[in-house]
Design a protein around this ligand. Sequence first.
Ligand SMILES: Cc1ncc(COP(=O)(O)O)c(C=O)c1O
Length: 423
Amino acid sequence: MSNNETAAILGGPRAVTLDGSAGNRWPLITEEEEQSVLAVLRDGDLSLHQATRELEDDYRDFFGIRHTLAHCNGTAALLAAFFGVGLKPGDEVLVPSATHWASVVPMLWVGAIPVFCESELDRLGIDPADAETKITSRTRAIVIVHLWGMPSKMTELLQLAKKYDLKVIEDASHAPGATWCGRKCGTLGDVSVFSLQTSKLAPAGEGGMLLTDDDEIYERAICLGDVMRIIELPGPAQRIAATSFGMKTRMAPLSAAVARIQLKHLDRRNEKRNRNLTYLSEELEKLGFQTFLPPPHINRVYFEFLIRYCPESSELSIDGLVEALTAEGCEISYPRYPLLHQQPLFTEGLFAEIGPFAAMDKTKLPRYLPNALPKTEKANGDLIRLPTFPFAEMPLLRQYVDAAQKVMNQSHQIGLTRANALA
Ligand SMILES: Cc1ncc(COP(=O)(O)O)c(C=O)c1O
């Protein structure tokens, strides 16, 4: 058993000897996608081919939602969602800081003001309790991101939204196929968005999808960026059919051709990845890691596999752990999103250069402080990232468990050796 051997960082053999490249390959593109793309190419209409509408139909069926609108990427779909719910200059929106920049930044183009909130430790979503303390008379909406594929605390967040009459914008980019109380993520708010960028669970390459049951949000999203479809809308919206509101956000049909196949395989591929990561999580929990296994009312998915290590209870720092697991042959790294409230766009007030803010009274603009979210900062600092093993088989997973067991069993010795080397 390799977990009885000396840790690789202390001179022993590596625990992970199997090649992980096939088991961790993502996305998987097969002949099915090739045929789907070729069919569009041969038809020749690379702008308005029906593949895009067919993808929207697929999403409508998969999510059981009234409207879907394909976009060129998730960022554009988020802009459409912020415009769609009618945010106006000066409106405040509760947002997490620990997320991809596009969950938040596009709202600046409609003049909405992000109010950064702490993330909670159980699921890494926006913290409902902290969010409530940040509500003012100008708060209009909340952005909920199901980070890494784990549904946020929806019971509390939906109650909060109801209590203060907030629009709910769900950025479900990490969570296609996840459910909360039997309902699919992406159908829980007023409007939701999926990024279909290459690394996502059902990618298009570049693409985004907006979902809503609300006719007005759907119509506003079309009026913002899909000029050719405005004419199809009922009522007065048609009078801007010649111009739109000035964006062009539609999806390329070649991307739609890829995304149709990916959506078809989503649930099955999620299942395999979930099986692998549930096994790994259960083993890692025994060693003291927090792995974000979901409670019974949640079916999570894994856009990425993040786990928490609490170095307070060990001589081995998080950097030491990463070094030791890397020496064992594990692919391991840190979370990749820098906290948004600490970025110069906010801390240096650079956002004031964006359209609607230029006309606002500068003294009334918010000031963003880098130390404003200590809980989020701390929580983010304890996380490490492993592969998601979409197609891996048990022998590779067992080797990762062996590696973690070896390192944790010898953490004292590894910590001391590192401390001496660094002294
Ligand atoms: C949570 C989240 N929201 C939004 C986006 C932006 O989507 P896109 O890259 O398709 O513009 C991404 C990432 O790509 C994301 O991870």
